[in-house]
Design a protein around this ligand. Structure first.
Ligand SMILES: Cc1cc2nc3c(=O)[nH]c(=O)nc-3n(C[C@H](O)[C@H](O)[C@H](O)COP(=O)(O)O)c2cc1C
Length: 184
């Protein structure tokens, strides 16, 4: 069984809910980046020991939150020794607008994973994009690069799309399965 960690930041609880769904699907430990951009010291051990690290951030001004970027910069300690080389990586994000430049956030997470010499895994989920498609279908937001969720700007985390959360669960499951295959 692969060991998987989900490390994420959430300012207002939406990305937290998505992170919980991803972690549920992945059977992963959750590591929260706090409002000051820090993780507990023990979390670094969790991340160092993981076979796969799934990273999540809300999209703020077209990229990750500054708190997540602080975490990313702190991971330069691992980068120096390439301690995370050949781990599986994946990413997810949530934002208010259907597009909202979420892909820029995933692209940043991908670049971070590549700096750590990791192996990137996408959603592997076909988009729901036919005339019959419904907002709560799996992968309605339509991303292969990583899981995306969209939460209207005036909505609470409780109101998140069930389809986006299911997308997160299936995405988490896939990352764990890929990590287990690479470990075997
Ligand atoms: C500072 C800031 C910048 C934001 N920038 C974007 C953006 O670039 N694109 C977008 O679609 N939504 C943007 N939003 C909306 C958030 O992505 C959205 O409210 C999201 O659900 C917040 O997730 P959270 O509850 O996990 O913090 C922004 C929100 C804030 C507070």
């Amino acid at each position: 069984m692969a060991k998987v960690a989900v490390v994420f930041h959430s300012g207002y609880g939406h990305t937290l809910r998505l992170a919980q769904a991803v972690a549920e699907g992945a059977g992963a430990d959750l590591v929260a980046v706090d409002a000051d951009g820090n993780v507990p010291e023990a979390a670094w051990e969790t991340l160092n020991a993981a076979d796969a690290i799934i990273m999540g951030s809300p999209t703020y001004m077209g990229t990750v939150s500054w708190q997540f970027k602080k975490f990313a910069d702190a991971s330069s300690k691992q980068w120096f020794s390439q301690a995370w080389k050949d781990k599986v990586f994946a990413g997810f994000t949530n934002s208010a607008t259907m597009n909202g430049d979420k892909h820029s956030t995933l692209h940043y997470l991908f670049t971070l994973a590549m700096q750590h010499s990791g192996i990137w895994v996408g959603t592997g989920l076909m988009p729901s994009n036919s005339k019959a498609a419904k907002r709560d279908d799996v992968n309605y937001v339509g991303s292969f690069a990583g899981a995306m969720a969209q939460s209207p700007s005036d909505s609470s985390a409780d109101e998140m799309s069930a389809g986006d959360l299911e997308t997160g669960r299936l995405f988490g499951k896939r990352v764990t399965e890929v990590a287990a295959r690479l470990k075997a």
